[in-house]
Ligand binder design. Structure first.
Ligand code: SF4
Ligand code: SF4
Length: 224
């Protein structure tokens, strides 16, 4: 669907914006490293992102920065800049963007989507970029240093095995098996015991009915 067909109803209250922020968010993504070198970019990267589920909106963005100025994550992490991530993707800065920590910290709260004049669903665009990152990492073309994909992997592995969350298993998988973080695991124990006493978590895992459907979903995901 083209942007002209979209029903844009959100009114942006510009009086709530701190316009001094434009100075920082309009900086070139490469400003710290010097000019972008055309021969180091991949002009097909934007199409690769668009081919992933959720990636189709990428080229509707016209770089107004409304998303960045609406983002609660940016309030606590000034390095996070949705507009800049889209700009880098469009410019073909594939390796820089796929190896950056920032692509893993969007909270999918949709505050930016509510205000985007182009109805760009940034959380889905970033999801498409993450899909490319995972594929390239599996091929050994990039190195992902963020721990977030590991956590997501542990989360999905619980869903795949039991059809629901099994918190002790999630912590064992993520903290112990993936990160060898014994202190982190023990750190969660008092909270875990309290939750167990209140019946919020189960000691042993149990599978849902209809595990066949879960199996089918994961098989379809493998094909994407
Ligand atoms: S608000 Fe929408 S159009 Fe503006 S920079 Fe963000 S994604 Fe692009
Ligand atoms: S969806 Fe992500 S980028 Fe958009 S406002 Fe929420 S945290 Fe920020």
């Amino acid at each position: 669907m083209g942007s002209s067909e979209k029903d844009v109803t959100t009114v942006i209250d510009v009086t709530k914006f701190d316009t001094s922020d434009y100075k920082s968010v309009r900086k070139s993504p490469q400003s710290a490293k010097g000019p972008i070198k055309a021969w180091e970019t991949d002009p097909n990267f934007k199409y690769e992102v668009q081919r992933q589920p959720g990636g189709k909106d990428l080229l509707y963005c016209y770089q107004c920065s409304t998303c960045t100025l609406s983002c609660p994550i940016r309030e606590i992490n000034p390095d996070f800049n949705p507009r800049k991530i889209i700009e880098m993707a469009v410019l073909g800065m594939k390796k820089e963007i796929l190896e950056s920590e920032e692509i893993w910290i969007c909270a999918s709260c949709q505050a930016c989507y509510e205000r985007c004049p182009q109805n760009v669903k940034f959380s889905e665009v970033i999801g498409a970029i993450k899909q490319v990152a995972m594929k390239e990492a599996r091929k050994g073309n990039i190195e992902i240093t963020s721990k977030k994909p590991g956590f997501d992997g542990s989360f999905m592995s619980m869903i795949e095995r039991f059809g629901r969350m099994y918190e002790p298993g999630l912590l064992m998988d993520f903290l112990l098996l993936k990160n060898k973080d014994l202190n982190g695991l023990f750190g969660y124990m008092p909270l875990g015991i309290n939750m167990f006493k209140k019946g919020k978590i189960a000691f042993f895992p149990s599978k849902i009915k209809g595990m066949d459907c879960i199996k089918n979903i994961f098989e379809k995901l493998e094909e994407v």
